[in-house]
Every structure is written in C-alpha cells, then in structure tokens.
Design a protein around this ligand. Structure first.
Ligand code: 5CA
Ligand code: ZN
Length: 409
C-alpha cells in the first residue's frame, strides 16, 4: 500500500539527545541505543471508521519518537500495518450494508489525509493484512511444523507455552490475561484449546466471509497478531528498537506478537522496547469505534479547525497519561497557536538557543511534550513582554517547533 506524503523535517543546529522512554516489559525507563538506522513498528488502524483523537494521540507519540531520533542524526526505518481484514471490519460492513473492501479503502484513504494534515511522518512500509497473507501462511505452517501451533476444527492456534518468555511484555497474571483476552478479540472459552489464552493464527474459511489460499492450512484468513509479526519480521527483523501502540495493545496483541516471533526464531526479544500510549476518552469512557463516542480528526478539519491546533492539543498531554478530550483542550491549543505565531512573525526576538536545548531535553525525557510546550510558551511570553534583538531567533523557534514537534507556525 502507499503511505502518505512526508512533511519536511528541518535540520537543527547541534544534535539532540538519546531518547529515554518507558518500556512496558521492564516497567521502567530505558535509554534506547539504536544503530545508525533506528527501527520502529507501530500498529496501524483497523479501517472501519474514521481517525479519532485517540488514534491521533497515539500516532503523535510515535511521531515524536522519530523526530527525536532524526534530531540525533539517525535515519529511521518505520513500518506500519493496516488491519484491512478482521472481525470488526467485516461486522461493520455487514451492519452498514457496505462492501468490506470499499469500507477499508475509504477509511484508509481518510486516515492518510488526516496523517498528512497533522504532519505525522509516514512509514517507509505501509502494509495491509491482505497483502501480507503470502508471507503469513509460511510462518503459521512453520509454527505448526515445529509444534508451537495446533489445529482445532480447521482453525490453527498458537500455543503460548511454546515461548518461555510468554507474559514478559505485559507482566500480567493468568486471570488478568484471561479477562483481557475475552475483551480484546480472543476466545478463552472455546472448548478444545490447550490453553484458554492461545490465540488464533489462521481461521478456516467461514460461510459468507472472504478467504484466501492458505496452502497446507487450507483456505482461510490470518489471525490478528501474526499479521503484525509477519510484517515486522519481513521489514525490520528481530530485535528492532520500538514496538508501539496504545496501551490497549499491550495485552494480548503485543504479548502474543512477541511470543509468535520468539517461538519462530528462537531469538529474544522481538522488540527492545514496548512503548504504549495512554487512552484518550470522551465523556468518561475510552474513545472507541465500538462505543461510538468519537471526535474525528476529519470532522474537525471540515469544520475549519487548523490541524496545527489539533496537534498542539495532542502535545499538551503527556503521551502516557489517560486524558479526556474536551472543547476546552482545543480552545487552549488554538490560543497557544495564536500566541506562538504572533511571536515568530516578528523580525527579531529573545535568543532561542537555550529554548532549542530545552525542547530537546524535554522530549528525550520520555517524550515530555507538555514540558516542551511550556518552554516555547516562556519564550513567546518573553517575546510579547519585552521582545529582543536576536534576528535569527524567530526563525530558529519556527524550525525547532516544526522539526521536533511537527507544528508548522
Ligand atoms: N489494527 C489494530 C492494531 S494492529 C488496531 O488496534 N487498530 S485500531 O484502529 O483499533 O487502533 C489503532 C491504534 O490506535 C492502536 O495503537 C490503538 O491502541 C490506538 N487507540 C485506539 N483507541 C484509542 C484511544 N481511545 N486513545 C488512544 N489510542 C487509541
Ligand atoms: Zn498490530
């Protein structure tokens, strides 16, 4: 699949700091030490509804990871998937009397537009589940042939006990895992499974549902976790730097994905850090397509909201916190954008050298974007109150805000 156009990232003088970030698997902060090419996989959307503020917040967090890396003069190899066939997508297509392919293509196109408007950097590889099927089938066959997977009434399940590291990503106990598995696409109650937590790798063709040639597996479609594993292994290999997504993906999705990959390769770990963004809520509940309590990026854009203000609203919250979207969050962001634009539109101002370092330091410290915004606020306030004589300063601030925060002033 094609991704979306990249907005240019201005190079800044000097060099950024190495990123220290919270890793779910260790439960603490880790300083990442990527090679000259940092490798990141971020789970993409299931395209059955438009991009909401929760999605945008999560993708914003991983965009910051890349901007910090780029500022350390590394290249970034970024891979994202699109879950363009799965139960929720097929269910929504039936509910709305739509063709599932058209639904997926339409929502993916809208997602690309939203990402472009928000200036979120595109992945180099943007891969759909359907196009990944030829790579998924041999992985499932291999897991089965090595005894890490088994068949149940034509479906194929992964055996979680085949990975000695199973459980290390989320750190949850069996009871918590069982609960979350039932809530998030698993089927712990299905009779005949070796372990209630075992996730499906390949689902045999069902009447009235799309299916593909699965060679020795028979016709069917892939399970959710193996989709991301096949794409990540194909484009990044084992031991890549960051696996990213919202906190609702820590279990089962990232736990199972890590186990699939570790069982397949005998290597550990799948990713060096598992990074999870908090959940954005609306009216006291997690914003979700299934609940329908959504604020869409595309709707705000249609209503004339400046995408830079949407982006500032996301940045005003720390990526790991759970927060509520309100009209007030957006109004505050619009006011801030106005102040910043006024401050950089003057021909000179107070020196911005210290400011660039403050933004760098804030972001390198577990992506503390609220602290970065506060630093720019202080410079803008000084500019408004007393101005300055540094002719380069407004340009430096514009470029730093663009390069490090993705906001065009
Ligand atoms: N296609 C799978 C991943 S392979 C999926 O989870 N798709 S999704 O469309 O449901 O979510 C896309 C991303 O947005 C995931 O990282 C998910 O954790 C994140 N996300 C979903 N809802 C919210 C929310 N309310 N707040 C923050 N992030 C969210
Ligand atoms: Zn995924």
């Amino acid at each position: 699949m094609h991704a979306w156009p990249a907005s240019e990232v201005p190079a800044l003088p000097g060099k950024g700091r190495d990123l220290r970030i919270h890793d779910t698997a260790t439960g603490g902060l880790v300083t990442l030490d990527p090679g000259p090419v940092a490798r990141i996989y971020v789970c993409g959307i299931t395209p059955y509804d438009a991009t909401h503020m929760g999605h945008a917040a999560t993708y914003n967090a991983f965009d910051l990871v890349q901007r910090v890396w780029l500022d350390t003069k590394r290249q970034v190899h970024y891979v994202q998937n699109v879950t363009d066939v799965d139960d929720p997508l097929l269910e929504r297509a039936i509910r709305d009397g739509k063709d599932w392919v058209e639904l997926a293509e339409g929502e993916t196109a809208l997602f690309r537009e939203d990402m472009t408007a928000l200036r979120l950097l595109p992945p180099q590889h943007y891969i759909g589940a359907v196009e990944a099927i030829p790579g998924i089938v041999p992985l499932v066959e291999r897991l089965r042939d090595m005894g890490a997977a088994y068949e149940l009434e034509g479906d194929v399940y992964f055996s979680v006990e085949s990975d000695p590291h199973f459980g290390e990503v989320s750190g949850l106990d069996a009871a918590a895992m069982k609960l979350l598995s039932a809530e998030r696409g698993g089927d712990p109650e299905r009779p005949g499974k070796k372990d209630p937590l075992d996730p499906m790798l390949w689902m045999a063709a069902r009447e009235g549902e799309p299916s593909w040639d699965g060679a020795s597996l028979g016709r069917g479609r892939p399970g959710w976790h193996i989709e991301c594993v096949a794409i990540a292994l194909d484009h990044l290999g084992m031991g890549f730097d960051v696996q990213g997504g919202g906190s609702d993906l820590a279990f089962p999705h990232h736990e199972m994905g890590a186990s699939h990959a570790q069982a397949l390769t005998g290597e550990h770990p799948f990713a060096k850090a598992y990074v999870h963004a908090g959940m954005v809520g609306l009216d006291g509940a997690k914003m979700s397509k299934s609940k329908g309590n959504l604020v869409f990026v595309s709707k705000l854009r249609r209503d004339g909201t400046d995408p830079a203000a949407i982006r500032l609203a996301l940045l005003a919250n720390h990526y790991r916190s759970d927060w509520e979207w309100t009209g007030g969050v957006l109004t505050e962001a619009e006011e801030r954008l106005g102040r910043w634009r006024a401050a950089v539109s003057r021909p000179d101002g107070p020196s911005a050298d210290a400011l660039v370092e403050e933004i760098r330091e804030a972001l390198a410290d577990d992506l503390d974007s609220p602290a970065a915004l506060a630093a720019v606020d202080r410079w803008a306030a000084r500019q408004a109150a007393e101005g300055g004589t540094d002719e380069g300063a407004p340009g430096v601030v514009s470029r730093a805000v663009d390069a490090l925060l993705g906001v065009a002033l």
